[in-house]
Design a protein around this ligand. Sequence first.
Ligand code: C2E
Ligand code: CA
Ligand code: CA
Ligand code: CA
Length: 279
Amino acid sequence: AKALGRNTLCYFAPDMLATVTANAAVGIALREGLREKQFVVHYQPQVNLQGLVTGVEALVRWNHPEKGLVMPAAFIPVAEDTGLILPLGMWVLETACEQLVAWADSAETANLSIAVNVSAYQFRHPNFVDMVMSAIKRTGIRPQGLKLELTESLLADRMEITIQKMGMLKDLGVTLALDDFGVGYSSLSCLKRLPLDQLKIDKDFVADVLTDPNDAAISRAIIALAQSLNLQVVAEGVETQEQRDFLANQGCDQFQGYLFAPALPLEALELLLRKPLAD
Ligand code: C2E
Ligand code: CA
Ligand code: CA
Ligand code: CA
């Protein structure tokens, strides 16, 4: 671990250089996949305490001509390594904006939000804020409908720049969530300086929330922290009613997970939106 000074040391990256190995073959295939438009966005509902869908998370899949549907764990790290996450991430963002426009016409979908994952690599790009702004302008969406999910690893960067960029995004009107919260080590002093709207509890904590006292304590602490900072809390990876009830009793507002629905192709999601999900 290296000390970067009192205000910048908020997070230790766990051996990133050692674990990220470029996969040249995947990189070449990715580039071709982008050109051939082989990517699709699936949407996973986020539900409130009443079991109503308030929004969805956009999760990218690769519809590979030979391998079939490839999950992001198999290609997002390579996309980040090769810089291809920039065009891929922009494509996901634009697709989400276009979907918000398509949903704006109908009363049952007009208020849904779409959450888009943003890699640290994308966020760090000097034109990131401009690219988000152009996507909003070009599509004419209400910016509140767009939620950007940022990760804790950004807090390893210079805080001043991170805070400034997040402020510019807030000025555009978008919603900001901190994803996978609890996995890294962001301190309370970091967190309270960020213009966030939402914290997402990582599914690793949710998975064992009923059986592992440590995970229960962490979830409780995250929810209490969020409440004290006036942030909404979304629990991801909620698979059972018992997990949902435990988290709801702790004060969690929103839930995402297989208990409600997995990430779905657009048509399947739209069918499901016509009826409320069990709470
Ligand atoms: P994430 O942002 O933490 O997304 C949640 C992951 O948990 C998704 O996996 C989702 O399908 C899965 N999940 C949802 N409910 C449950 C559940 O009840 N139980 C379990 N065990 N898992 C559940 P997915 O779709 O494979 O995505 C994996 C990761 O890939 C995402 O994790 C995100 O970090 C990344 N990713 C996906 N799409 C994008 C994208 O467009 N851009 C970027 N930069 N990253 C993306
Ligand atoms: Ca996410
Ligand atoms: Ca996660
Ligand atoms: Ca555990």
